[in-house]
Design a protein around this ligand. Structure first.
Ligand code: FEO
Length: 384
């Protein structure tokens, strides 16, 4: 597939994978992208997952024909992109590897060698001339690992963005980009918003006509839409105002009833954007992405072993370790004799920056009563 007349797509679709990075459900598979720039010199950008070694090498041979690659640009060392470095070097022993110093240290960990006889260490702003295509490397540490860099081709105005602007899902499955890109971003890169913002400052002046990530489709239209979304996500701004996520756990159904009643009352008050997640049964990575999508969050759970119910504990940890901030939070707690869930949830979330808490908490003693309904009505008034 041609991305431009000189830039070719060398990616693969993985429909066998069950969990990406060992934890993210990917029902629509996963794409591992790789690229070749054919000029007076030939550069390959990144490799693909180890399972696709033969398929990928065959594509490389097909695209290059009799020619040999001069450079392998390694933007990111996570194995979904780096697994075939050694295989390519074995096929083309004269190839030069281009990467950051940290990437070469990681190569030693993975392959037992830093390729000292065939390495070119680059730092922020370094360039590589292929002929007509002059590449600039931009250090992007912690987007998503410390060795990451992205690559700008000034000739075709293409930005190769490593994991940034990637998404879950294979490229031969049609879906809505934003949904799986949001889940991917907040699942995998979300903790490092500050570093994504730093990258944005560096690429601000670049004219970008195409974005080539290491996962998901090549983005070639409406680039401003994608840049705006990433800017919002990485600055932890809600993607949409006036939306409310209700995330609950329920042991015997009473907390669930409360969560659903809250959703109904909010709708009756005209709140249109409400998403309810049962944390024990939903894909929690969806719930995490949604929590960052809207500006308000209500958590409903029970006290369990004098602690929070386990799925709620996990959910809150997933938020706080990703720098959850800048949101309004309300609580529904349930407990048969000594409910402390609201206190425990608040203690965990108080460490987050710029969060505010609803003054009204719904405090259920086993099952909703009239007093709880009044508490909920007060909470609804605060939220809308
Ligand atoms: Fe797609 Fe951080 O690897």
């Amino acid at each position: 597939m041609n991305i431009t007349s000189d830039i070719k797509y060398l990616g693969v679709n993985d429909h066998e994978i069950d969990l990406f990075e060992g934890m993210y459900e990917v029902p629509k598979g996963m794409a591992y992208n790789s690229y070749a720039i054919l000029d007076e010199k030939i550069a390959i950008i990144d490799t693909v997952d180890v399972e696709f070694k033969e398929q990928w090498l065959s594509m490389v041979r097909q695209v290059l024909g009799e020619r040999k690659p001069d450079y392998l640009i390694v933007q990111h060392m996570e194995p979904d992109h780096s697994a075939n470095i050694l295989s390519l070097v074995t096929c083309y022993p004269e190839i030069i590897l281009v990467a950051t110093a940290k990437a070469f240290q990681m190569m030693k960990n993975y392959f037992g060698t830093e390729f000292t006889d065939k390495r070119r260490i680059v730092t922020d702003g370094d360039t590589l001339a292929l002929g007509n295509h002059n590449l600039t490397f931009i250090a992007a540490p912690m987007v998503h690992w410390p060795e990451v860099m992205v690559t700008y081709d000034a000739q075709d105005k293409v930005l190769f963005t490593a994991d940034a602007f990637g998404k879950f899902g294979a490229n031969d499955v049609k879906d809505e980009w934003v949904h799986e890109a949001r889940r991917y971003y907040f699942g995998i890169v979300g903790k490092y918003g500050l570093f994504v913002q730093k990258l944005f400052q560096k690429i601000n002046d670049f004219e970008i006509q195409k974005i080539c990530p290491l996962h998901g489709p090549i983005l070639s239209e409406n680039i401003g839409y994608y840049l705006d979304l990433y800017n919002k996500w990485s600055s932890y701004e809600p993607e949409e105002e006036d939306g409310i996520i209700i995330a609950y756990t329920s042991v015997y159904g009473n907390t669930k009833k409360a969560a659903l009643l809250l959703a109904q009352k909010l709708k009756e008050k005209g709140c249109e954007k409400i998403i309810v997640h049962d944390l024990a049964r939903c894909d929690m990575t969806e719930a995490v992405a949604d929590a960052f999508r809207f500006n308000k969050l209500v958590l409903a759970t029970t006290t369990y072993n004098a602690e929070l119910f386990p799925f709620m504990r996990e959910f809150i940890s997933s938020l706080t370790e990703r720098n959850f901030c800048n949101r309004k939070i309300g609580f529904i707690e349930n407990g048969g004799w000594a409910p402390i869930a609201a206190k425990l949830m608040r203690e965990r979330l108080e460490k987050c920056n710029d969060v505010s808490f609803a003054e009204n908490t719904v405090r259920i003693l086993s099952a909703m009563n009239k007093e709880n309904v009044a508490q909920m009505d007060a909470l609804v008034e605060e939220l809308v």
